[in-house]
Write a protein of this length. Structure first.
Length: 386
């Protein structure tokens, strides 16, 4: 009798294994373009740059049907510079994403590894202009709100719900891993989204403790100073708290929308020895950003877009603060389902003082900061997806 039961159990296991479905997919984007920059470190610049709208990448993603509505999933995604073959994301092999997890058709998905922040997942990826059509050059000042995905989150555990009549929600927690200090270098976030019919909307929050390490220096190379003068002096902050919300509406061939974000570097002076930090600063540096976005699909192959964003940094340590105005245009032409040509123009003006107390200079994301209060860029590029 025992032998019969054992044989029946073994046959059941064999049948389950035979029915399981699994797949692995290789995918990627190869993008390169030529840029003209009006002022980069004091002079005009004409160069070739990899990525920008979408960073050049290749990745592997896979799934295995575990039965009962459960699926095991993984993703390993590498970023690279197509002009010279270098690794992206500070030298990481899979710097864009690296995670594994379990997905349920009923309860949602849990993943663990190096992953996107919640503000990017809910607002940056599909609502803000830089995620929809413009890329890094039209990101909000310095991408201080991470809606253009400047940083990923290491050692993170993430939950993403299934859709409930268009509503989704999710959360993330990052383990700092510092002995004796549970909170140091940790992070967390949460978000709620809605997508049904012509409307997309979301609200999200991310809190990165010790952001100089947990956000801006979580790659393979030694810690380096933050490059953007818009907030590099705040490298001593104890926390970076980002709140963002936005919506976009599709009306036939026309779309329009807007976003708001608040990024706060709190507890300035908590880590005064970090490179670039102005150790004497105390309190909180708060940056508010507003964006309006508009676009039109002229033909199935041709679309054009425009965006304006305004960033205001409040006073820190008694300074006058700073203001950044940014104007952007873009056009995209599909040569096929996988290959397109695009053009992006962006222009930024700055006033007030930088985070380090010097006169504010324009500093479009991804570019060497200007030496004056204005900076413009024009980019022509080709992109192929596989």
């Amino acid at each position: 009798m025992k032998m019969k039961c054992a044989a029946t159990f073994a046959l059941a296991l064999t049948a389950g294994a035979a029915q399981a479905q699994s797949s692995v997919t290789l995918y990627g984007i190869a993008e390169v373009g030529v840029n003209y920059v009006s002022n980069a470190g004091g002079g005009r610049q004409f160069n070739m740059v990899s990525g920008e709208w979408y960073g050049s990448r290749f990745g592997l993603k896979g799934s295995e049907d575990l039965g009962g509505g459960l699926t095991a999933i993984f993703r390993l995604e590498n970023g690279f510079d197509i002009t010279n073959g270098k690794l992206g994301q500070n030298g990481l092999l899979f710097g864009r994403a690296a995670y594994v997890g379990i997905s349920s058709t009923q309860w949602g998905t849990i993943t663990a590894g190096r992953q996107y922040s919640t503000v990017f997942d809910f607002v940056g990826a599909n609502i803000v202009a830089s995620g929809r059509w413009g890329g890094g050059f039209i990101a909000h000042a310095g991408d201080v709100d991470n809606l253009n995905n400047t940083f990923r989150v290491n050692s993170s555990l993430k939950y993403q719900s299934v859709s409930y009549h268009g509503f989704t929600f999710g959360g993330l927690y990052s383990f700092g891993g510092v002995g004796g200090n549970f909170a140091k270098n940790s992070g967390w976030g949460a978000g709620i989204g809605y997508a049904l019919g012509p409307l997309q909307a979301a609200v999200a929050f991310t809190d990165m403790r010790d952001p100089f390490i947990s956000a801006y220096n979580n790659g393979a190379n030694a810690p380096a100073a933050i490059t953007s003068p818009i907030y590099n002096a705040y490298a001593s902050a104890g926390s970076l708290k980002i709140f963002s919300t936005g919506a976009i509406y599709q009306l036939g061939s026309l779309w329009f929308g807007g976003t708001y974000s608040n990024a706060r570097f709190t507890d300035l002076g908590a880590d005064p020895g970090n490179p670039g930090a102005v150790a004497a600063l105390r309190g909180t540096a708060s940056l508010n950003t507003y964006e309006a976005d508009l676009g039109y699909q002229f033909t199935p192959s041709l679309s054009a877009s425009a965006a304006y964003n305004y960033t205001r940094r409040a006073s820190v340590g008694g300074d006058e603060g700073a203001t950044y105005n940014q104007y952007s245009l873009g056009a995209d032409y599909l040569l096929s389902k996988r290959t397109d040509l695009y053009m992006v123009l962006s222009y930024q003006t700055a006033s007030g003082v930088n985070s380090n107390g010097k006169p504010a200079v324009a500093a479009l994301n991804f570019l060497t900061p200007a030496t004056v209060d204005h900076q413009g860029v024009v980019r022509l590029a080709i992109r192929h997806q596989f």
